[in-house]
Design a protein. Structure first.
Lengths: 174, 386
């Protein structure tokens, strides 16, 4: 299940397991530092093994799968492009992933500029002149694709790590 | 020693300039010393860089303060840039949220902006409640309108039934056109036939208002006329009787009326008026003659003077009775039919039969109005002595 060789994703939500029965005392919560410990050590090991470019690609792809599964299990709604962002804004807060704010949105061309403050992955990281939220780019792309069945380009243009305080993503049809 | 003194002097000069800047002087007007030592030059370089950035961000703040949210925000590693970036994102987001609310989406909320979030969210909630209340009221109103429409249709059928007492006597030709502004009107007419051969009473009246209220009053007037017995032979007495009966009922309504009795035996027309428009006697191609007589608005005062007059008729004479919906009909220039076309139209087609004559007046009204919807009830009664 977890260690099968594969060419395509076989991830499904049940791989996350039954947390309430598995952690009756500790529950569903874990610190953001521990989440980041895992993410940045995985990134570290991947870069060591495969280099920055390949690691970014892996992170994007993982984000895309996560976004698609997150959409299926936590969002799944009917509505137009703008409506998705209304829902996403609420769900991201509900799951403490970040504070999404739409800056501009063009329903006709299906494009948007959004920011995410207090982002789970990067808020508070040291400033280093690197946009770091590759996983988030994939995550948002996966959500958008799942809702619209259209491929989107999601590009992070400003990031906490570049000293921007909020992460800004420019979204357009691919 | 001399170099040290020079450096101290330069530092004092720089301090003085910075104090000036701190006190509001423009950066461009400050003249920093040149040809300093490398250390002081380096210090000056850093200071001017910081000051230039402060200038740039001041200009940016000025731009967004005046609503220009697309003003470019140059990057830097100064903390003020982080704060401005956050502010820019928030302002853009608020603009987006406001646009969504303006487009009717009242489920929008603002999160994590302290007191502003609370105020904004309370505003949208209140707006939502207000809109829902308005929507409910509109639905209620729509239901009531439908009920009113039903009631008006029923009232129309009832009114049509009691107005439809059109009678003819061999010596006269009569015709009526009745067009209420909505289903039912406040105009009333009645033909009264007598046992005495050759007598015909013609009543025309106009109750204030339209709709069900006016229709009910026309019903009361009709019943009052029917209960008048022999008084119907005397126009002044009949109008007195109706006036007093309506006042007795205490309904606080007023109306105009004209009533006349034609005796075809001796070709006389006896008539009285209570504030109503004067009918016209039309004889061949002569000027129309208004059938004037004294009499005030009815339903207001009990002790009133109502004059009674009579005129002699000739075969071929026509009399036109009408309500103020005809004379006060207004066109798109704000002109009334009475002041422009009415007298001219009365003189047209003198040889036509009475039905065609009334149709001609109605057509003239429609042409004048540029449409067949009117601002008041229209009632035309025509009579021709054979």
């Amino acid at each position: 299940m977890f260690k099968e060789e594969r060419k395509n994703s076989i991830f499904s939500w049940n791989m996350i397991g039954d947390i309430s029965s598995g952690r009756p005392n500790l529950g569903n919560d874990v610190g953001v530092d521990i989440y980041r410990l895992m993410q940045y050590t995985i990134r570290d090991a991947l870069i060591s093994e495969f280099g920055v470019e390949a690691t970014d690609k892996i992170f994007f792809n993982a984000g895309f799968i996560a976004g698609s599964e997150f959409y299926k299990n936590k969002i799944s709604c009917n509505g137009d492009f703008a409506f998705l962002f209304d829902i996403l804004e609420k769900v991201l807060i509900e799951h403490k992933i970040g504070i999404l704010r739409v800056e501009t949105l063009d329903e006709e061309n299906m494009s948007a500029v959004i920011t995410i403050a207090e982002d789970l992955d990067c808020s508070g990281l040291p400033v280093c002149d690197e946009v770091i939220c590759t996983f988030d780019e994939g995550f948002l792309s996966g959500i958008l694709y799942s809702h619209t069945k259209i491929n989107f380009t999601v590009k992070e243009t400003d990031c906490w790590c570049t000293g921007d305080r909020v992460c800004r993503f420019v979204i357009s049809k691919a | 020693m001399a170099t040290e003194n020079l450096q101290i002097e330069t530092i004092l000069k720089i301090t003085e300039l910075l104090r000036k800047y701190y006190n509001g002087e423009n950066l461009s007007s400050l003249c920093f010393p040149e040809n300093s030592s490398p250390e002081i030059s380096d210090l000056l370089h850093v200071i001017t860089e910081i000051l230039e950035k402060i200038e740039i961000y001041s200009n940016y703040i000025e731009s967004i303060s005046s609503g220009n949210l697309s003003a470019p925000l140059p990057k830097s590693k100064l903390k003020i840039y982080n704060a401005l970036m956050n502010l820019e994102s928030t302002l853009n987001h608020l603009t987006w949220k406001t646009k969504k609310i303006a487009s009717g989406d009242l489920n929008q909320r603002i999160e994590f902006l302290g007191e502003f979030s609370q105020a904004f969210n309370r505003m949208t909630e209140q707006l939502k409640i207000s809109f829902e209340t308005i929507q409910q009221q509109q639905e209620e109103l729509k239901k009531r309108e439908l009920q009113t429409e039903k009631d008006l249709k029923l009232a129309k059928a009832i009114q049509k039934n009691f107005l439809n007492d059109y009678v003819e006597i061999p010596e006269l030709k009569t015709h009526v056109i009745y067009k209420p502004v909505i289903h039912v009107g406040g105009d009333i007419y009645s033909f009264i036939k007598f046992k005495d051969r050759g007598l015909l009473g013609i009543f025309i009246g106009d109750v204030n208002g339209h709709g069900i209220h006016a229709a009910l009053v026309t019903g009361i007037l009709k019943a009052t006329i029917n209960s008048a017995g022999v008084l119907k032979k005397d126009p002044a007495k009949l109008l007195h009787y109706i006036n007093n009966r309506i006042i007795e009922l205490g309904l606080d309504i007023f109306f105009t009326a004209f009533y006349g009795v034609i005796d075809t035996g001796n070709l006389t027309f006896t008539f009285s008026r209570g504030g109503h428009n004067l009918p016209f006697l039309l004889r061949n191609s002569e000027e129309p003659v208004a059938l004037a007589c004294e009499g005030p608005l009815l339903g207001v005062n009990r002790d009133i003077f109502i004059e009674k007059k009579d005129i002699k008729l000739k075969p071929g004479d026509r009399i036109l009775f009408y309500t103020d919906g005809v004379t006060e009909c207004i066109n798109d220039k704000g002109e009334t039919f009475e002041n422009t076309k009415f007298m001219e139209v009365l003189k047209e087609i003198p040889d036509a039969n009475i039905k065609d004559f009334l149709s001609h007046i109605l057509k003239s009204l429609i042409d004048f109005r540029k449409g067949d919807t009117f601002n008041d009830d229209i009632c035309l009664i025509g009579l021709k002595v054979l």
